[in-house]
Ligand binder design. Structure first.
Ligand code: PBE
Length: 307
């Protein structure tokens, strides 16, 4: 059984609410001098979605990148709405049920691509960047203090398919700890590669910090379970994105497996990289961008119009 750090969760929620409030006011200062009607008999998707991108937490990289997209593509009058990844997924599911248009801030791996027929909008200006890796970051001194945990964190590496299978089961109602435990049991060979050379310990405390995105819930619980099986006393602490980076940088948290690079968390990496130990990729081929249901007859962010 992991310990979950509720006090910090409260703090994180408080902070996200502040960020949400800050994000909400940012849409009403752009003029709409170059607006176009775009009415040539086809659906005007910009109008149909009411010039709104359904976003997630305002501290997420994909949220901040989407605000840059609005600016760089001249989408005056558009708003990236802050909410949570859970609320975004619910809104997406509802829209698909009613075959309505919707544009969400999306990322992969994510179970939504297994559940629904979706596509990324092309990003010819490259605002979202290319392929991303998800990397592991440890606090300074972890290698000396907990060499066995450090070794596992350093060797942790899995595929998009691995992560997807854990995510899907959690989405379908599975308890993250139980789903992670079952995956670890079923994938003993892979897990043995991560624990190679690591010795068992006797109840040493270790704290993993993460953000409650579906991807990070999956990876953090899997790594937590592997460390627990080695004898560690594991605490997993959900935080806001910026707070997660800060916690590992100042040594309050021991490690995280949730660093999306080079683009998504590039600003936070630049800010904290000198205070962190970068253990490299734990997954390759990740991506962020604007995602729409495939039934929307639109391919590129350039097809969107200012208000
Ligand atoms: N995400 C999932 C995060 C990284 C992990 C894409 C929502 C973000 O945008 O910061």
């Amino acid at each position: 059984m992991f310990k979950r750090n509720w006090k910090r969760l409260g703090l994180a929620l408080g902070l996200s609410l502040t960020l949400v409030a800050a994000g909400c006011g940012s849409d009403d200062n752009n003029s709409s001098d170059n607006s176009t009607s775009g009415d040539n008999g086809e659906v005007n998707y910009s109008e149909a979605v009411d010039y709104k991108i359904t976003g997630i937490e305002a501290g997420a990289g994909v949220f901040k990148a989407s605000e840059r997209v609005v600016e760089e593509y001249g989408l005056d009058g558009w708003e990236v709405q802050a909410s949570s990844s859970g609320a975004m997924a619910t809104a997406l599911g509802e829209a698909i049920k009613n075959e309505e248009p919707i544009i969400v801030t999306g990322w992969s791996p994510h179970w939504k691509f297994a559940k629904y027929d979706l596509k990324y909008l092309e990003d010819p200006k490259g605002v979202y960047g290319d392929e991303e890796i998800i990397a592991t970051m440890a606090r300074q001194g972890l290698e000396e203090d907990m060499p066995n945990a450090y070794k596992v964190l350093d060797q942790f590496f899995w595929t998009e398919d691995d992560m997807n299978s854990v995510m899907l089961e959690i989405t379908d109602g599975g308890d993250p700890e139980e789903v992670a435990a079952a995956w670890v049991e079923d994938n003993a060979e892979k897990v043995a590669e991560w624990t190679e050379g690591a010795e068992e310990v006797d109840g040493k405390e270790i704290e993993l910090v993460y953000v409650e995105w579906d991807t990070e819930v999956a990876s953090t619980h899997v790594v937590g379970k592997v460390l627990e099986d080695l004898g560690f006393n594991v605490t997993v602490t959900p935080l806001d994105n910026a707070v997660m980076w800060q916690a590992v940088a100042n040594g309050e948290g021991d490690a995280m497996v949730a660093a999306w690079l080079p683009g998504t968390h590039g600003d936070l990496y630049e800010e904290y990289k000198d205070q962190l130990v970068d253990l490299g990729a734990n997954l390759e081929g990740a991506k962020i961008g604007l995602v729409v249901p495939s039934y929307m007859d639109i391919d590129s962010i350039e097809d969107l119009e200012a208000k």
